[in-house]
Each structure stands twice: as C-alpha cells, then as structure tokens.
Design a protein around this ligand. Structure first.
Ligand SMILES: C[S@@+](CC[C@H](N)C(=O)[O-])C[C@H]1O[C@@H](n2cnc3c(N)ncnc32)[C@H](O)[C@@H]1O
Length: 215
C-alpha cells in the first residue's frame, strides 16, 4: 500500500510544528525573499503541512493574506484551530491536493516546499503552481531531481523510503531545464537568493528555485 500522509503520518503520529526542509531557518529565508521581491499582498503555501513558515510570518505581515493548502484534512483542521485561537485573521487553511488544486484565484507569491516529492505528476503540479501566480508574481518551490533519487535509494531509512517511493523509482523527477521548458521562464536558485547556498539543506538533492511571472 502506498504512503498516505493523512493515514500514515498526521493520524498516526504526534507530529511537530516544524518545517521539513530547512527547519527553523525557513521563515527567515522567506522574509529575506520578501525583501528581495517586495512584500506580497497574498501568499499561497501549497502542501503547507504544519505551516511553520506562515504561522511565523503572519504576525509580522498583517497586510498580507496567507492561504495554505494541504491534501491531509487533519493537519488543515489543526492549523485552522490554532489560527482561530491566536486570532490570526489573515491566515486561512483549506484541503486541496496537487496537481489539481481547484483554487480559482491568483497569488503574488506561491510557495511549495517539500511537497512535489509526493506528487506523481510533478510536471503538471509545477504548471498548476505557476498558474496560481498572479502577473508580476513569483513561484518558489523545491523539487525532486536525480540526486534526490540517489539519496532515497542509498542514504535514507526504510520509513522515509516508503514516503518517497515515487522519487525512489524515478517517476516524478524534475530538473532546472525541465522547469524552464515547462514554464517558459528561467528558474533561479532560491537558496542563493536568500543567502543559504552554503546550508546543509541546500545540497544538490534538495534544489529550490524561484520563477517570476511577467507583469
Ligand atoms: C514533508 S511535508 C512538507 C510540509 C511543509 N511544506 C514543510 O516544508 O515543512 C509534505 C506535505 O505535503 C502534503 N502533500 C502530500 N501530497 C500532496 C498533494 N498531492 N497536494 C498537496 N499536499 C500534499 C502532505 O500532507 C504534507 O503535509
């Protein structure tokens, strides 16, 4: 049976409110990116999980609306409850899954970290994420590549290998070049843009890029 985030993770474990990739540094990185591209009026975080980054940034950016999506209903419900308890009116959560999110609006910044690993049609998912970007806006995402596949097959444990089975089989791998072909725009390194290219999580098996959409 394949890995199911709701059944095998959120309903089965005492999950923490962390960020899977980059951990506690990720809110600062996105803040640095805001300084670079301008503070967005609206942000979509797709595959938000426990939403560490939005929960950290929302109080700092009261004029920015954060809309967070995840395929797992229980993490969305827990996030909603926490946002309501803290009176965070500019933070919204909905259940939605890539590659067909069914979200009928656009955002100044679309952010998707550590999620494309789990989507069979990662190419269609990247196109869908870019579709969500408003003219003049930016997509930030990371993706699985051939180095991620090697890491899954050689360097990780059985539990993680199960969750990353699509990557391990090489079924949903992407590259800078493929993203450029799909979107018709040149991706740039997000890690470099936020000054994190030397961080251990910015290794070649965890590439993260940003792509701007013409105004
Ligand atoms: C490794 S966690 C990453 C969470 C968060 N983005 C971070 O960086 O910590 C992957 C998240 O993607 C969600 N997910 C998996 N498949 C998805 C899909 N097809 N569409 C949207 N979310 C998905 C999972 O439920 C999980 O919360």
């Amino acid at each position: 049976m394949s890995f199911d985030w709701e059944r095998d993770f959120y309903a089965a474990t005492d999950w923490d409110r962390g960020a899977y990739l980059g951990g506690e540094a990720m809110p600062d990185h996105l803040e640095t990116f805001f300084e670079r591209v301008g503070v967005p009026g609206s942000v979509a975080d797709v595959g938000c999980g426990p939403a560490l980054v939005p929960f950290e940034l929302v109080p700092e950016y009261p004029e920015t609306d954060f809309h967070c999506y995840d395929v797992a209903p229980s993490v969305v419900a827990a996030n909603r409850e926490r946002a309501a308890e803290a009176d965070l009116d500019n933070l919204h959560f909905s259940v939605a899954g890539l590659p067909d999110l069914g979200v009928d609006r656009r955002f100044d910044l679309v952010y998707c970290m550590a999620t494309l690993y789990f989507v069979a049609d990662a190419e269609r998912a990247v196109a869908e994420l870019y579709e969500l970007v408003a003219p003049g806006g930016t997509l930030v995402c990371n993706y699985p590549n051939r180095h991620t596949r090697a890491w899954v097959n050689e360097d990780t444990d059985d539990q993680r290998r199960e969750a990353f089975e699509l990557v391990g089989r090489g079924e949903n791998l992407l590259s800078y070049e493929r993203i450029r072909e799909l979107l018709g725009r040149t991706p740039r390194s997000y890690w470099s843009a936020v000054g994190a290219s030397d961080a251990d999580y910015a290794r070649r098996s965890s590439p993260a890029v940003y792509v701007t959409k013409p105004a």
